[in-house]
Design a protein around this ligand. Structure first.
Ligand code: CP
Length: 355
């Protein structure tokens, strides 16, 4: 089965991902050619959680394509504040807009929303789970700046547990040949087990490190991330984790001359500001690549009939997902959808093991 919703890049083939990158590069070469590509079309941006880049780059992308935008960036100014369910909100908005971009603090919400949308729906971040269009941003940057998506040694540093951009990036880059990963974090903020399962399944080399200064020496890419304060149970736990890993001049001096530094942003203080002027620091350029990537994605979803996204084969499970951060715990009407992986039953919304 296929659909037009981008929930997780994992279900896409590398050929499909490469098609988005190719389209992005065409748009970057000649943006004026696309000025009227989406005339008359409307994008709805439904942001239940704060954003600068993702929301505004989607809005800018649609405006640059000649379309228009509607939406909210504070659900308390919408009927969500009166208790409207996700299902009802999506059913209504999909009658107004041609395409929906949604961000939500709860894992699995984009998948849940897609069940009730009549138009293509894009996951712009669902809790600490996934952020596929950030990964699109990251891989467009890698393709343009490193010239390849394979044979890379990628260091990923910071909050690997809660950082949804990390999960989407590893899932996607592990599809490409001969990539290896250095997972730099404290033991408390290590990547979830299901991400390790994916690395194993795809035969990728990976190692753990608790020293950025040691790990940086032979990396091709350093992907820094913020410690996600909003996902911690207490201020004390956050305080213990913040500032453990900071990229500064002394550490960067140990890196290769052609290593590139990426960061999904926002930065708090995990990269010192003096690094911004180093030619290897590409995080602001990365954000701009993201806007072009989102233009390509909107075009492919709205206009290319052959651009269909595969669906996982799911079943209705007897058991409900017990992950307290999963949308199935909040919206009682959702079915218990699951899929099988490596002999385990996984929740189709949040990807956590069900039993
Ligand atoms: N990278 C990213 O998702 O940034 P925003 O939270 O500002 O959208």
């Amino acid at each position: 089965m296929t659909n037009k919703n981008l929930i997780d890049l994992e279900v896409m083939s590398t050929e499909q991902i490469d098609k988005i990158i190719k389209k992005t590069k065409k748009i970057m070469q000649s943006p004026a050619d696309y000025r009227h590509a989406c005339d008359g079309k409307i994008l709805a941006t439904l942001f239940y959680e704060p954003s600068t880049r993702t929301q505004m780059s989607f809005q800018t992308a649609m405006l640059k394509l000649g379309g228009r935008t509607i939406g909210f960036d504070n659900p308390m100014n919408s009927s969500v504040s009166k208790g409207e369910s996700l299902k009802d909100t999506i059913a209504v908005i999909s009658g107004y807009a041609d395409i929906i971009a949604i961000r939500h603090p709860i894992e699995g919400t984009a998948m849940a929303a897609s069940l009730y949308s009549e138009v293509p729906l894009i996951n712009c971040g669902d809790g600490g789970h996934l952020h596929p269009t950030q990964t699109l941003t990251d891989i467009v940057t890698l393709s343009c700046e490193k010239g390849r998506l394979d044979n890379l040694k990628i260091g990923i540093c910071g909050d690997l547990l809660n950082g949804r951009t990390v999960h989407s990036l590893i899932k996607t880059l592990s599809k490409y040949q001969n990539n290896s990963f250095v997972l730099i974090s404290t033991k408390e903020l290590c990547v979830p087990l299901y991400i390790i399962d994916i690395l194993e399944k795809n035969g990728c080399k990976y190692e753990f490190s608790n020293s950025l200064a040691e790990a940086i020496c032979d990396l091709d890419v350093l992907y820094m991330t913020r410690i996600q304060r909003e996902r911690f149970k207490s201020a004390k736990e956050y305080e213990e984790q913040k500032n453990v890993f900071v990229l500064d001049r002394e550490k960067l001096d140990k890196a290769k001359e052609d290593m590139i530094i990426l960061h999904p942003l926002p930065r708090v203080n995990e990269i010192t500001v003096d690094i911004d002027d180093d030619s290897r620091a590409l995080y602001f350029k990365q954000a701009q690549y993201g806007m072009y990537g989102r233009m390509a994605l909107i075009l492919l979803l709205l206009q290319d009939e052959d651009f269909l996204i595969p669906s996982r084969s799911t079943v209705i499970s007897e058991h409900r997902c017990s992950n307290p951060k999963c949308i199935t715990q909040q919206e009682s009407y959702l079915p218990n959808m699951s899929y099988e992986k490596l002999g385990m039953t996984m929740c189709d919304f949040c990807d956590k093991r069900i039993n």
